[in-house]
Write a protein that binds this ligand. Structure first.
Ligand code: SAH
Length: 348
């Protein structure tokens, strides 16, 4: 059955109208879900019994089953959830001085095949529904309610490629962004893609106010082909062209993610190639400490080498930051918790 979390604000109002109800019923229901965070139709006390029955006949309010939660010393919490079909997904809560950020999973597994990533160890089985993504945020929001706190930021950087599940992801974002709901500001929402060019172009044309992050990880096609198979379909020239389109239409600064892999993409020559590649773009680079994934055979760099690479980039005029590590004492790399759990022979 469809979940009420699948419906965006307009769809909720349309459903109300289609039942012959007043349009504001849609708004009322939306508020019950996202402001009052009820999980039971009977808690929607200003709806009459018949209205509640109609809702019950048509929808469920999805909930996730918590399989495991790990909390790191720095406050990072990693959740392993089981979906209705038994699929496992991970969600992460990160604590910053500016707020609380939830990292959302968009697919069960991932087919992009990046050679350094734990998510790709398990191929994509399916896309998550809108409701399954909304439910990840709602689960954590309900926990935070107990501390009178809120999810202020969302990053679409969990397992999966969001632009390979475009419609559901955009629908999910419109729901959490909606003023009558969680009202998470568009500028507090970031989508990260490995670089599916036609989808970047579609996203650019839609002129959303969300932030766009691009996983770059290599400054030339040869190396990027090796690390990220998607580069064979959409090489750097095509990727950079699509980002020009994005910048032109949106006037927003881009973020590039760059994992530092020891001896692979962390040399002076790579810094120089990066400077050349990104010249003329409005961006900054997020240098990411690599969370080693046993099966993949790459190693991260130590703090000193990361600083060296950072200094080289800064001297070349490349704006960058080194991302602070979160939850390094727990299974924090994308897909790690799920992969480790499945190795132990649990159900998918
Ligand atoms: N598919 C999207 C979003 C998910 S991955 C994308 O590729 O952007 C989110 C980010 O984490 C990406 O930049 C990804 O390359 C990075 N990442 C993957 N495995 C990692 C690891 N083991 N350590 C650090 N970052 C990792």
């Amino acid at each position: 059955m469809k979940s009420l979390y699948d419906l965006n604000y307009e769809e909720m109002q349309d459903f109300a109208l289609a039942q012959g109800w007043k349009k504001f019923r849609g708004k009322q229901i939306f508020k019950w879900l996202y402001r009052n965070r009820v999980t039971d139709f009977d808690a929607m006390s200003d709806l009459n019994l018949q209205t509640r029955d109609t809702l019950k006949e048509n929808f469920v309010i999805s909930s996730l089953e918590l399989v495991k939660k790990q909390v790191s010393k720095d406050g990072t919490a990693k959740y392993l959830f089981s979906l209705e079909d038994g699929s496992l997904v991970e969600t992460v809560l990160m604590v910053f001085d500016y707020g609380k950020s939830v990292c959302v999973t968009t697919q069960v597994g991932c087919s992009m095949g990046c050679t350094f990533c734990a998510s790709g160890l398990l191929k994509k089985q399916r896309n998550l529904t809108t409701a399954e993504m909304v439910a990840q945020v709602m689960y954590i929001q309900k926990e935070l309610d107990e501390e009178e706190d809120r999810v202020s930021h969302v990053v679409v950087m969990g397992t999966g490629e969001p632009f390979d599940n475009y419609d559901n992801v955009m629908n999910f974002l419109s729901i959490i962004n909606e003023d009558n709901g969680l009202a998470i500001g568009a500028r507090h929402i970031t989508i990260s893609t490995c670089g599916i060019v036609p989808m970047i172009e579609k996203f650019a044309k839609a002129q959303y106010q969300y932030n766009l992050a691009v996983s770059l990880h290599a400054p030339n096609d040869e190396l990027r082909n090796e690390l990220m198979p998607i580069n064979k379909a959409y090489p750097l020239k095509a990727l950079m062209d699509s980002l020009h389109t994005y910048e032109k239409l949106n006037n927003r600064r881009l973020t590039f993610e760059y994992i530092l892999l020891k001896g692979v993409n962390d040399q002076k020559i790579h810094a120089k190639q990066l400077a050349k590649l990104l010249h003329g773009h409005h961006y900054y680079i997020n240098l990411i400490p690599y969370n080693a994934v046993d099966e993949q055979g790459y190693q991260g760099v130590d703090r000193e080498s990361a600083m060296e690479f950072y200094d080289t980039l800064m001297k070349l005029g490349v704006r960058c930051t080194i991302r602070k590590e979160h939850g390094s004492d727990i299974d924090a790399a994308c897909g790690q918790l799920r992969a480790n759990e499945m190795k132990k022979g649990k159900a998918v």
